[in-house]
Write a protein that binds this ligand. Structure first.
Ligand SMILES: [Zn+2]
Length: 137
């Protein structure tokens, strides 16, 4: 494994820019299996060579065996760019209108309710399976 750094990236956060923009933390996940990385599992370094920008090189070795590497540039205008599959992508800061904000909120809420519903049924099925295993012993 080509290690980027052995320091936890989380130690660089919260990240403050001169214009007052603050980034509390970043979320990372495995691009192979989707597992969300814990703060303590993401290693990396942060450099600030250009005013108003912070460059992140990070890695996360997932339980599935895949080693994720991340290249991210965070900017003080709330935009950021990241490198995936040798291509740079850019996310501009979104200015949400009140209607867009409501739509986003309602879709997120609907998704959460759906997720809780699925978890409820999954939990019930697991209980049944556990009982079957317990009885057959
Ligand atoms: Zn994984």
């Amino acid at each position: 494994m080509n290690s980027i750094s052995n320091k936890q990236l989380a130690k660089h956060f919260p990240l403050h820019f001169e214009n007052g923009h603050t980034i509390e933390t970043l979320a990372f996940w495995c691009v192979k299996c989707g597992k969300i990385a814990q703060d303590t599992e993401v290693l990396g370094q942060l450099s600030r060579m250009v005013p108003g920008a912070a460059d992140i090189r990070a890695s996360y070795h997932c339980n599935c065996g895949y080693t994720n590497t991340y290249r991210i540039r965070l900017k003080d205008d709330k935009s950021f760019t990241w490198l995936t599959d040798d291509v740079w992508h850019e996310r501009r800061p979104q200015k949400l209108s009140a209607i867009n904000h409501m739509q986003l909120w309602s879709s997120q809420t609907a998704y959460l309710i759906r997720l809780k519903w699925d978890c409820f049924w999954l939990h019930r099925k697991l209980k049944k399976i556990r009982n079957i295993i317990h009885i057959s012993k």
